[in-house]
Design a protein around this ligand. Sequence first.
Ligand SMILES: *Cc1c(COP(=O)(O)O)cnc(C)c1O
Length: 381
Amino acid sequence: MKSLIINKEDLKHNIRKIKQIVKDNGRQDNHKPIKIIAILKGNGYGLGLVQYAKFLIDNGIDFLAVSTVEEAIKLREAKIEAKILMLSSTAIKKEIEILVENDIIITIGSKEVLEQAEQIATKKNKKIKAHLKIDTGFGRYGFIYSKPEEIVQILKNAKNIEIEGTFSHFSLAFYEKDEYSEKQFNRFINVIEILKQNKIETGMLHICNSSGFLKFKNKRLNAVRVGSAFLGRLAIPNIYGLKKIGYLKSNVAEIKTLPKKFNIGYSNSYQTKQETKVAIIPCGYCDGFNVKEQRDMFRKIDKLRYIVRDFKDSFKDKSLYVEISSKTGDKREYKKCKVLGRVGMYHITCDITGKNIEIGDEVKLEVNPLFVDSTIRREYI
Ligand SMILES: *Cc1c(COP(=O)(O)O)cnc(C)c1O
């Protein structure tokens, strides 16, 4: 049996650190502290939606956000009463109804959503809480920034909507050059000013994700939306002392000795050079092992950099390793063991020649929790 291990002290450290970073920025214009909205999409970035939400709440986070109706429902079913914002704007009536019934703050990013919400509010005879979404150049959810007068016209019809916030989303905050984020920020502020001039309530303003709030002190506005930073797994260099959260724990399932020139794994890409003692570990890419983030989030110039880096890397030892707990005298310590052959869906074979490793010994594997199947147990230690 496998589990994804989450070290509670490390996670607490990251939460404290992030609160500190946000606080060090001083205060908003109205002297209130900047709010942290914790993002829980993707099974809570892999940390287990409900377990992670409860952990965050126990550590002083009181505003959560999700990306799907399913996530929102699951949190409410688990009796989580914190404020929850649904980040995706949906014009599907049934979905809005479910969100409203579950007291989820909806996102309004189009005329269609507003109309549906107005109808539902009228029927239920109650105000619906919402954040407005402005598309400042992401091409996904939100009112397009370049036609603020149109947004004003649409919002003038909002009679039963309580606008608690207005937000946008950066597409390139992790990038080392900041012009595009700058542009998106200015587009956002421009829309806000026009809405205010037209007496439209904007509520709390937020645009920063993790890379954004860490890099841009002056763009944090009233709230920041924090996802990957809590896990210390950033798309920018981690110069903030955040700890990397999550590793996979498994056990050695089988041990055997393979003869010289014996094939290991699919595609016959590896052959033993001599007699080799191996351990079979029941983990593979379905557990997130050796699964990497896509590279499509980079521009042409980055692709060039990648080619150069890959070329340089081709001279380095790019082998994968796992750590296996092994007995040395009456002590146990983790030994680095090389993965031989390709990573399978649920299996890897590791070289344990000369090591005192037995069936059942514990194995630690580096994985990004986000890619670990949601059926695997999340264990907070
Ligand atoms: C995922 C997401 C975030 C959090 O992004 P991180 O970079 O992981 O902090 C914030 N806002 C929106 C709208 C998101 O979809």
